[in-house]
Design a protein around this ligand. Sequence first.
Ligand SMILES: [Zn+2]
Ligand SMILES: [Zn+2]
Length: 238
Amino acid sequence: MISLAQDHHVHSSFSDDAVSTLAENVAAASARGVAVLRLVDHVRVSTTWVPQMLEAVAGLTVPDGLSVETGVEAKILDASGALDLPPGLATHPGLGRVLIADHQFPGPDGPLSPRVVRESLTTPERARDAVDTLVGATVAAMSRVDRGQLAHLFSILPKIGLTEDAVTDEHLAAIASAAVGTGTLIEVNEKWACPSPRAVRALADAGAHLVVSTDSHDSADVGVYSRVPGILQAAQDR
Ligand SMILES: [Zn+2]
Ligand SMILES: [Zn+2]
């Protein structure tokens, strides 16, 4: 069973939708007995503050027993797996991980809003093609960064009107194989309660390295899990 004394996806006020400072997140993690904390924030191609964020993390006072790591979260832009990432960050040696996120649907020519995609999935064939495209983009994105981490894998499926039932065993095998080959971590994410127990089991059985995360935007939520334990247990019981 994966240890819950870790949190690999915690936002600070460098993200415009999060409220806590880096130091507040560190204090909250330490108070809850978290051993590994990854501080990450949302970036776009145009983001310029990453050096300041890394400097601020390096300057934090970290209590004994806690390891603090870094990352940025970038959305997959298109079917080729291009990421919404500032230049140089894909291979930046001082950055811990690039979180690969399905915030929009990775269309052939660029990101598509989930609503537009949902309205276009009028036949089972189109739904199958959409999942193929999503999985292909996810696999490709892993090769585009030195050290990746799949954030909330499949969180977009309910937004486009699908469930993980549309994901085949072959899709899961392709993701696991790419994750193992590239050293990409895969989150079991509290905020989105994904991926499903079936996917967690298949990915783990194929040797993928899974980690737990809250995707917290407020330090009150750092290291607090209510949905992940059930996913992990159900995955183990399968
Ligand atoms: Zn996200
Ligand atoms: Zn996030």
